[in-house]
Design a protein around this ligand. Structure first.
Ligand code: NAD
Length: 508
């Protein structure tokens, strides 16, 4: 067998950035290093946005909003339609850049761009469906209705693991809703942000120009995110990242009466019941727990298995875990790429050690040497005697904790007994169990599935979770409402002035 030689990540990233239309000055000669997790190599050094420059960008976005809000929504949708076209044309290049910068396997890099295209399509349709209600009024010759108006500047702070899709979830909706967008991407993935912005600028030019500053990009660390958090010109702040970040951000946004859409950490579980189809379970667990090297907010982290299925399932899972190829995510056949950096690697080592101390039996988890460097690990299964503190903690790495249960009540109690509440699944062919899991006394998560894993959501549904996941909803369904302000309007078309609740107040 001949092993195909791959180009150096730096050369490949440079070629992709050129093709995507990012000027060299935007990613060379600066102070912020961009590193590829594939090898740890530096693939760019970006000039960072200064604080004063960021404040100017926020001010310009606000001015752009004042013009953009008066553009009819279907026309605003046209801009997003063009953005979708640019993304379709650049899908291969941007998807490959996601692979180089975030370490996802190629099909997941491409899938991330597809998700951006899907949300653009959704938002274009939405641009003709920003409906309000007409509401029955108790007063004669009156009409009551709801109007939805643009909010202002939407600040978007994003995490490394979905370096571009999360921006699209927010930006596509915000733009059709009549808002301006200022984006602070993760400092770990600035190159894909630059490329996405270049594509937006192309769409804006084809649109015939948009108000200056309508969509801005701030390149740098958390201090730039903090400017968005504290700015009174930013009525809506969407923040995606760790629960620690959300804990810092939420009270600051609340202190200025802003609205925060928080998309934070998850600790997602699946329950495997006595009637579960184990063929489905093994395939679903493989993708949900090992895909993206365990670095999805919706990654399956806890498997709660009925005692009657445990001995049949575990050997099959171990076999699946042993069979996956860990390596350079550009290679066909690789299913698990690298962890993002040394910190993530140390986090995985520490979590496995804590699990061992709590009586866990670990298989997998070893470091894998891949030529060129990077932090590659085999996914790990940790069979646990109980749901100890480490199991209740989100470690952003491919570790699946396996627990055993006897009754469904016990399984649901274990399932919900974690601080996070993002995504969840049950595998069952028993209607009662499925419905119980989806009921008010079942899963306490924002996403609850039957016979599919917890990760890999479609854009059509509202995405987000409860408890320490932050309560935000983005993407489909009526998530758009968070990007607009609601006005209740009452119109009197008669000659009398009846007061509500029968109150009389006659003067003169
Ligand atoms: P992180 O919290 O380290 O950083 C996320 C972003 O927040 C970065 O852009 C960072 O610069 C910024 N930031 C950090 N502190 C800030 C502060 N005080 N004020 C303003 N901005 C601040 O997260 P990460 O390591 O990039 O991403 C992994 C985490 O994100 C995981 O916990 C994962 O579950 C979560 N995540 C959640 C979702 C979701 O939709 N729920 C999606 C993706 C990732």
């Amino acid at each position: 067998m001949t092993i195909q030689t791959l180009p150096s990540v730096a050369d490949e990233a440079a070629a992709l950035l050129d093709r995507l239309g990012v000027p060299r000055a935007a990613w060379t000669g600066g102070t912020l290093p961009a590193r590829s997790p594939l090898s740890g190599a530096e693939i760019g050094r970006l000039p960072e946005t200064g604080a004063a420059e960021a404040e100017t960008a926020i001010g310009a976005a606000h001015a752009a909003f004042l013009a953009w809000r008066d553009v009819p929504a279907p026309r605003r949708g046209e801009l997003v339609r063009l953005l979708g076209e640019e993304l379709r044309a650049a899908k291969e290049d941007l998807g490959r850049l996601v692979t180089l910068e975030a370490g996802k396997i190629l099909s997941e890099g491409l899938g991330e761009v597809q998700e951006m295209i899907d949300i653009c399509d959704f938002a274009v349709g939405l641009s003709r469906q920003l409906y309000g209600l007409t509401i029955a009024t108790e007063r004669p010759s009156h009409r009551m209705m709801e109007s939805w108006h643009p909010s202002g500047v939407v600040g978007v702070v994003t995490a490394f693991n979905f370096p571009v899709a999360v921006w699209a979830w927010n930006a596509a909706l915000a733009l059709v809703c009549g808002d301006a967008v200022v984006w602070k991407p993760s400092e770990k993935t600035p190159l894909t942000a630059l490329a996405t912005h270049a594509l937006f600028n192309r769409a804006a030019a084809r649109f015939g120009g948009v108000p200056d500053g309508l969509c801005a990009l701030l390149v740098g660390g958390r201090e730039l995110g903090e400017l968005l958090v504290d700015s009174k010109l930013v009525p809506v702040l969407s923040a995606t990242g760790s629960t620690a970040m959300g804990r810092a951000v939420a009270p600051r946004v609340a202190a200025r009466f802003g609205r925060a859409i928080l998309e934070l950490g998850g600790n997602n579980a699946a329950i495997v019941t006595p009637t579960a189809d184990l063929d489905l379970v093994v395939r679903a667990v493989a993708f949900a727990a090992m895909g993206t090297a365990g670095q999805r907010c919706t990654t399956l982290r806890r498997l709660i298995v009925h005692a009657s299925q445990y001995d049949a399932l575990l050997p099959r899972l171990k076999q699946a875990y042993a069979s996956v190829t860990v390596g350079d995510p550009r290679r066909p056949g690789t299913l698990v790429g690298p962890l993002i950096d040394a910190g993530a690697d140390a986090g995985m080592t520490a979590a496995l050690e804590a699990a061992r101390q709590d009586g866990g039996t670990i298989s997998g988890g070893e470091a894998v040497a891949v030529s060129g460097g990077g932090h590659y690990r085999r996914p790990a299964l940790a069979e646990m005697p109980g749901q100890s503190e480490i199991v209740r903690h989100e470690t952003f790495a491919p570790i699946l904790y396996v627990l055993r249960y006897e009754t469904l009540d016990e399984a649901i109690a274990l399932h919900n007994d974690v601080p996070q509440g993002l995504s969840s699944s049950i595998f069952t062919n028993d209607l009662r169990e499925a419905e119980r899991f989806l009921s008010a006394s079942g899963s306490d998560c924002g996403i609850a599935n039957v016979n599919i894993g917890p990760s890999g959501a479609e854009i059509g549904g509202a995405f987000g979770g409860e408890k320490e996941t932050g309560g935000g909803r983005e993407s489909g369904s009526d998530a758009w409402k968070a990007y607009m302000r609601r006005a209740t309007n009452t119109i009197n078309y008669g000659r009398e002035l009846p007061l509500a609740q029968g109150v009389s107040f006659d003067v003169g």
